[in-house]
Design a protein around this ligand. Structure first.
Ligand SMILES: [Zn+2]
Length: 350
């Protein structure tokens, strides 16, 4: 496998960076498929299903996307998801994202979905999973994008409800690769879900969890040591704890960082102050992702280009972030090598 020393990054000047960032192949490891619902699609699905949306039109809905914190976003996010009722709705939502991902040169994606957002409204888990999975199959065949699904438990609900969701989803075990933990972080530490994650681990599911987005480094520790997750979603608060930084670097625990989400939810006051560069400098397996792209101002390439423009990161970090995205993914070693070859090809000829 090539390393960052293979390339002469110095010959790629800042002007050509946006094009390089767009063109390099990458994996996306942190995006919630319900967060890719664009206002246009929300209204189209609302019409198709006879559901009313509490906003006059697309513009009014888009204007409501001014958030002050995670909770203010979640309130609108759950309202948007209420238009999803049929298997075709879930397919259409995922297909719209996968087409955008392909346009951004995302060659592999691991998409989160929140079954409880839908089962609470009377939509069956199988409706959700079958629609999303069919879009994943079509993405491989028609777009050349490999797409996998990760089931997320909503952490503001109870562990008992997470267990119920797991039971409902297990008949479709072959259609998702792992489980995660998302929604309101503060007040809902990872250890609240210790038992259900232990069960998922026994079942051979891959494990990830949101931690250290707004929450303290202690949440990252317990995600690692209690839940035994393989990846931390966000994790940007880890810089406050040098011992944690050392642990993350030493064990090569990937962090799925989402800069535009952090900006929109006021985790950082502006992008120039984002700590992505510091995470890379500390040797962490940090990656760039879009989180909820319809709500936070852009898909993955937008996250790359805006963050690089604001922080002054360069071609070396671009290569590292793409390489990290493949290393941090849940695909096998030979698939990772093949993607790394494609990445190195682009850098060698750019
Ligand atoms: Zn997220």
């Amino acid at each position: 496998m090539a390393t960052s020393t293979t390339h002469d990054f110095g010959r790629i000047d800042a002007q050509r960076l946006p094009e390089l960032l767009r063109r390099m192949p990458k994996a996306e490891l942190h995006m919630h498929i319900e967060g890719s619902l664009e206002p246009e699609l929300i209204f189209a699905l609302a019409r198709r299903n006879g559901v009313s949306v509490p906003y006059a039109d697309v513009e009014a809905l888009r204007k409501a996307y001014a958030f002050s914190n995670l909770q203010s976003f979640l309130d609108i996010y759950y309202a948007g998801a209420s238009v999803l009722l049929t298997e075709q709705d879930f397919y259409d939502m995922a297909w719209a994202y996968l087409q955008r991902a392909a346009a951004d040169n995302v060659v592999h994606t691991e998409m989160f979905f929140d079954p409880q957002t839908h089962t609470a409204r009377g939509v069956a888990v199988e409706t959700v999973i079958n629609g999303l999975h069919r879009a994943c199959v079509d993405a491989q065949a028609q777009l050349g994008v490999s797409a996998l699904l990760i089931l997320c438990f909503l952490r503001h609900l109870s562990e008992r409800e997470a267990f119920e969701t797991l039971e409902q989803a297990l008949p479709f075990r072959d259609k998702f690769i792992g489980v995660g933990l998302d929604s309101s972080e503060l007040g809902h530490p990872p250890e609240k879900f210790a038992q259900v994650f232990a069960r998922c681990r026994e079942l051979g599911l891959r494990l990830v969890a949101h931690a250290g987005e707004e929450g303290p480094p202690a949440y990252v520790w317990s995600a690692l040591d209690v839940l035994k997750v393989e990846r931390i979603d966000h994790g940007v608060q880890s810089v406050k704890d040098p011992a944690l930084m050392q642990r993350l670097a030493q064990d090569r625990i990937p962090l799925t960082v989402c800069p535009l989400s952090n900006l929109k939810l006021c985790v950082f006051p502006d992008l120039a102050q984002h700590n992505l560069g510091a995470l890379l400098d500390a040797g962490l397996v940090a990656t760039v992702n879009s989180d909820d792209p319809a709500y936070f101002g852009g898909y993955v390439n937008q996250n790359f280009t805006e963050t690089f423009a604001a922080t002054g990161l360069g071609a070396r970090q671009a290569w590292q972030l793409a390489a990290n995205s493949f290393e941090g993914s849940f695909i096998d070693a030979s698939a990772k090598r093949a993607y790394m070859d494609r990445l190195d090809q682009v850098f060698a000829t750019f």
